[in-house]
Ligand binder design. Sequence first.
Ligand code: ADP
Ligand code: UDP
Length: 239
Amino acid sequence: MQKKQELYAGKAKSVYTTDDPDRLVLLFRNDTSAFDGEKKAQLDRKGAVNNRFNAFIMQRLAASGIETHFEKLLANDESLVKKLKMFPVECVVRNIAAGSICRRLGVQEGVDLNPPTFEFFLKNDALHDPMINEYHIRSFGWARDHEVAQMKELTFKVNDVLKRLFADAGMLLVDYKLEFGDFHGRVVLGDEFTPDGCRLWDVATRKKLDKDRFRQGLGGVVEAYEEVAHRLGVDLSGI
Ligand code: ADP
Ligand code: UDP
């Protein structure tokens, strides 16, 4: 598959067209950012680790009946994906309170959320990704009712699959963000699932093994991502 023009360079990934109008190349870069791009760094190996990590998770989700955009690994830091028409919303499920929900609602980090809670955010850096509800999505036409229903259903289905996967490897899946898009009328999981977009804690020590290590200046960011990958059995050979 021939990589052609750069379509878009985001904060952590770049997107390229290919000779197939239905396929894109996703390049996972070492760029890392937090707080709407205010804190930035280059983290050696991160792009390649996340690319392999994402491939592993997307394949597990596909095996559980969740359609994803992932097609195949092309290089250490590149994957071929289906070209989706992305819905401009982020779907977040939380099993344990952490991050913005603590700041917004004054709850303590670490409180169990039973049942898990769901939040929509608008993908808009200039507005700092504000939280939105289903009525906003409907009224502004960001997605249709059945698409909203499917995004919620699929995001919870991902929780069932991944909570167990991480638990079996000694980790708590605290929360995560997913993005979906339309592919020929189907709602398909896009973007990435990596420690850049979720929170993972060691079950025994509650050590943070995700991007909070970068946000909070804890160090050992990529080392933590690699530890998670090793525990899951993700193949990191050659990177
Ligand atoms: P951001 O845009 O938030 O800075 P990234 O650096 O991760 O994020 O950029 C990747 C961009 O590619 C995101 O805007 C994401 O919505 C988009 N994207 C991810 N997967 C696909 C896909 N399969 N088809 C089209 N766009 C995608
Ligand atoms: N998240 C993300 N991209 C965003 C916002 C959030 O990947 O633009 C992830 C984040 O890593 C966490 C979850 O979504 O796993 C919930 O994030 P939260 O709302 O707590 O925001 P944060 O405090 O992490 O900015």
